[in-house]
Design a protein around this ligand. Structure first.
Ligand code: FAD
Ligand code: NAD
Length: 466
């Protein structure tokens, strides 16, 4: 067995782990990173990036299909065709470029990357069975950073395999299923369900709650529900899945009234959440304080054991790549001697459905629950010139601000392309902007961003274009 020593050892090369390692390298901290599968983690390999690539390809194809039916824009095409193998290759090319870039950045910053699965010996010692060579390396470290991410929740009566897929398999289809049943109308179920529908599959979504996207309020989810209807995605709300039928060609479903039925399916995507990856690599032996299934951390990402840190999905919700990255950067800074705390005013969340949803900060309901007397105002994209020119008039921007001093505490938006507004939303909240600041800023015309200014103006009682 080979023995090595380092100051910082990072387990997991996803957005949390690799960002922490890059920043540590920049700060001159001797750093090693262990990754069992592929650098880039869930996000770059089987999550954020490939899903957004597939969603984009599906949108483009859907657009061309519509042009084949004639279009008010005067565009027509004879017949739309898609070569799914090439689509998947194109998506894989983007993943390869990005993950290769991560490897290059780690190298450039002097981080030593070990390819293999880490097993915890104690809070300062880890063993790694190196891929290929099979040699075991024992690493002693001063600081241990846990960044092992999360994995898809499996339904015990519908395990992954065969026709039943997780998002990972759904992101690399060899062929398009004729009929896809999606279990779970959350982020993954709807992002990928809509993409499959646009690629040409018949899609049915089964959701246990009585509405789609239960994490968002009704007003925000409504334009997505209308879009599902328009696209022909069937929704079965308030239903529980019971498993596959005996022939394996349909999903058995029970509705709220107890009636059972079957939904024909060539493939089934189960997207009922993700859980922190805390088992199978010796973590239990550290007896860390837990927060349910997640590792409990304080506002510096310290666990209950001195010198052991945790970031990203292993620490629970919100399981988002940008949160993992921000935590990783901060931990490296702290180890490098800086005084930092993870206390963002807001962490943006974007759902890449059609239309997209953005939530930053407090919703009106959350503000009310927090005892804040607030003003809220919506500005509809139907009154925004740019939205008309991109055929995206469905949706709105909503602002939530304190009634007393007009401090903005939340933004929400739903509409085509609104993911890009998340930057402006986050800036205004983190910088402590008031309604007057946004209302008094000149926003370029014609842009969707004008709806942001108009929402602030409307909250102040003097919107111009409505
Ligand atoms: P991960 O990215 O999961 O990385 C953990 C790494 O640790 C993995 O590479 C794993 O192989 C490695 N590892 C685990 N155990 C060990 C061990 N014992 N030894 C060595 N290595 C180990 N988030 C967004 O913000 N925006 C999105 O649009 C978005 N889309 C998504 C779409 C899908 C389909 C999915 C599944 C997720 C999506 N997410 C999105 C969530 C995002 O991918 C995660 O929040 C993010 O990847 C978490 O980063 P992480 O570093 O904590 O963990
Ligand atoms: P999710 O929590 O977003 O949605 C799961 C859905 O499944 C919920 O609506 C839930 O009510 C439903 N559900 C649970 N059990 C069920 C059952 N037995 N039958 C029917 N419905 C059931 O989870 P997800 O879509 O799997 O995504 C996992 C995580 O990945 C997200 O929470 C998010 O953190 C991350 N993610 C983020 C993005 C993004 O940022 N755009 C995209 C994809 C994934």
């Amino acid at each position: 067995m080979k023995s090595v020593t380092t100051k910082l050892l990072v387990i997991g090369g996803g957005p949390g782990g690799y960002v922490a390692a890059i920043r540590a390298g920049q700060l001159g901290i001797p750093t090693m990173l262990v990754e069992g599968e592929r650098l880039g983690g869930t996000c770059l390999n089987i999550g954020c990036i490939p899903s957004k690539a597939l969603i984009h390809a599906a949108e483009e194809y859907d657009k061309v299909c519509h042009y084949a039916d004639g279009s008010p824009l005067g565009i027509s095409v004879d017949k739309a065709r898609i070569d799914l193998e090439r689509t998947v290759q194109w998506k894989d090319g983007i993943v390869k470029r990005l993950t290769g870039g991560v490897g290059a950045l780690l190298k450039k910053n002097g981080v030593q990357v070990l390819s293999g699965w880490a097993r915890i010996v104690d809070g300062k010692t880890v063993e790694v069975q190196e891929a290929g060579a099979g040699e075991v390396t024992r690493i002693s470290c001063e600081h241990l950073l846990l960044a092992t991410g999360s994995q898809a929740v499996e339904l015990p009566f519908m395990e992954f395999g065969g026709a039943v897929m997780s998002a990972t398999e759904a992101l690399s289809p060899a062929t398009l299923p004729k009929r896809l049943v999606v279990v779970g109308a959350g982020y993954i179920g709807l992002e990928l369900g809509i993409a499959y529908r646009k690629l040409g599959a018949e899609v049915a979504v089964v959701e246990a709650m009585d509405r789609i996207l239960p994490a968002y309020d009704d007003e925000l989810a409504k334009p997505v529900a209308s879009s599902l209807k328009r696209l022909g995605v069937q929704t079965h709300l308030g239903c529980s899945v019971l498993g596959m039928n005996e022939a394996g060609d349909a999903v058995r479903v029970r509705d709220a009234a107890g009636n059972e039925s079957e939904l024909a399916a060539d493939r089934v995507l189960v997207a009922v959440g993700r859980r922190p990856r805390t088992e199978g690599w010796g973590l239990e032996s550290l007896l860390l304080d837990m927060n349910g299934r997640a590792v409990k951390i304080n506002d510096q990402c310290q666990t209950s054991m001195r010198g052991v840190w945790a970031i990203g999905d292993i620490t629970g919700e919100p399981m988002l790549a940008h949160r993992a990255m921000a935590q990783g950067e901060m931990v490296a800074d702290i180890i490098g001697g800086k005084r930092r705390h993870f206390t963002p005013v807001a962490i943006p969340a974007v759902c890449f459905t059609d239309p997209e949803i953005v939530v930053v900060g407090l919703t009106p309901q959350e503000a009310k629950q927090a005892g804040i007397d607030c003003i809220t105002a919506n500005f509809p994209f139907a009154a925004n010139g740019r939205a008309m020119t991109i055929e995206g008039t469905d949706g709105f921007v909503r602002v939530v601000a304190r009634g007393d001093n007009h401090l903005i505490v939340g933004w929400q938006a739903v509409g085509r392309g609104v993911s890009e507004l998340s930057t402006a939303f986050s800036h205004s909240i983190e910088l402590g902007a008031r309604l007057e600041d946004v209302a008094g800023t000149i926003h370029a015309h014609p842009t969707l961003g004008e709806a942001v200014q108009e929402a602030a103006l409307r909250a102040l009682g003097h919107a111009l274009h409505i």
